[in-house]
Design a protein around this ligand. Structure first.
Ligand SMILES: *Cc1c(COP(=O)(O)O)cnc(C)c1O
Length: 401
């Protein structure tokens, strides 16, 4: 974890609000995954919707990790960042077929998530382009319903009970199904959810002779609250390896296991540095209002997510309870009655776990400017995105009146 001194130095040098990412932490997380799964035939594709800065994509690719994309623009960003197509995976959802066709043009791996698009794919490509299918395993897992994607009411994937329809399309167009994919949700720490997932898929492998990949998606939980335990990746790997050995090696075929970690790779590397604009004591609560808001970090308001906060400017003072809010003209509470070292106007507050779905979900709401992003790598602080300027708000607007 970056020291308070380092964070203050960065805040002073680059101003706030500021997103900071620590490259070494990303590498450490990737090492944990690849070490844990070294006995499996595993490959990892970073689910880049968590954080798409092209330097992050290039860095993660340089570690040996692939990139998983959820839009054609993410595919293009990964290509632009220098990631080779065979290391890019496009797991599509609810998209126009043209995007799938465009992705196929660039030669990336593709997971298709509807029978309708699979049929169009078959018509266009026949058996000339191996493809994966995203299935819906009917498993309820994940931190909360908004981030659960594998259950029976979820829009994601082809429901496994439509296997007959799927097989019919595959045989009609002679489609080469090379991968079966599921992604059950986010914030999963229970190894058994992954075992349940591979169980569902392993019952289907016999229907797909061209299959080489079992893709179990992402969703590995990371600690957000101080008392949260680290997800036991080694245990997940061990359970999956033993399942593969006993259930999937019968015909001598060795499947690759693919994973798409997002949060796991980039959540903890990130810090949102803010500064306190206003202290307001309304009797019942003391508000600490920072120079940021849900426009920069929406997870607390969107998912009731907990982000650890520290006052790094006054660490020796006594703790008091503060409700930390933003400067947006709508309720944008980051934390309610949170114990922080006494907060004064001008103090720096840091939000932890800000790497995943932080900057990426930011907006210009209230015509506020997006923060700069800094990547710490090999002892250097690299500005990988400039802070927005006022002109950016006007960039795409057309003044006609
Ligand atoms: C979002 C997503 C992921 C990553 O989820 P995390 O919880 O960030 O690990 C992986 N795969 C797919 C298909 C996704 O949509």
């Amino acid at each position: 974890m970056l020291s308070h001194t380092k964070l203050i130095e960065l805040a002073e040098r680059f101003d706030t609000p500021l997103y900071v990412y620590d490259a070494e932490k990303i590498a450490e997380q990737y090492r944990k995954l690849s070490t844990a799964f070294s006995a499996c035939n595993a490959r990892f594709f970073y689910a880049c919707k968590a954080l798409t800065n092209i330097n992050i994509l290039a860095y993660i690719s340089s570690l040996g990790c692939g990139i998983d994309c959820s839009s054609i623009n993410e595919v293009k960003l990964a290509l632009y960042a220098g990631v080779p197509p065979q290391k890019i995976l496009y797991t599509s959802n609810g998209i126009a077929f043209e995007e799938i066709a465009e992705a196929a043009q660039s030669g990336v791996h593709i997971n298709i998530d509807s029978l309708s698009n699979l049929e169009k794919f078959g018509k266009r490509f026949g058996n000339g382009y191996g493809v994966g299918v995203r299935l819906r395993p009917n498993i309820l897992a994940g931190g909360n319903l908004k981030i659960s994607t594998g259950h029976e009411k979820s829009k994601f994937g082809i429901p496994i009970d439509q296997l007959d329809g799927l097989k019919q399309i595959v045989s009609q167009f002679n489609i080469k199904i090379t991968a079966l994919h599921i992604h059950t949700g986010s914030d999963i720490k229970d190894a058994d959810v992954f075992v349940q997932g591979i169980k569902v898929l392993s019952e289907l492998v016999s229907h797909f002779p061209d299959l080489t990949v079992i893709d179990l998606g992402g969703g590995f939980k990371v600690p957000y609250e101080p008392e949260d335990e680290e997800t036991d990746i080694a245990l997940i790997a061990k359970k999956l390896a033993s399942y593969v050995d006993s259930h999937l090696s019968a015909n001598g075929k060795k499947y690759e296991l693919w994973f798409e970690p997002g949060k796991y790779l980039v959540s903890e590397c990130g810090y949102l540095l803010t500064q306190v604009n206003v202290i307001k004591d309304n009797g019942a609560q003391v508000f600490a209002g920072v120079n940021s808001g849900l426009n920069h970090l929406i997870r607390p308001m969107m998912y009731d997510a907990y982000h650890h906060i520290a006052n790094i400017s006054n660490t020796h003072a006594d703790e008091k309870a503060y409700t930390v809010t933003g400067y947006i003209c709508e309720t944008d509470t980051f934390a309610t009655n949170r114990l922080l070292h006494e907060v004064r106007e001008g103090d720096y507050l840091v939000f932890y776990n800000a790497g995943a779905y932080g900057f990426e979900m930011s907006s210009n709401y209230n015509s506020r400017l997006k923060p700069a992003e800094v990547l710490l790598k090999d002892g250097e602080a690299l500005v990988i995105r400039k802070r927005d300027e006022f002109e950016d708000l006007l960039k795409s607007q057309i003044k006609l009146l």
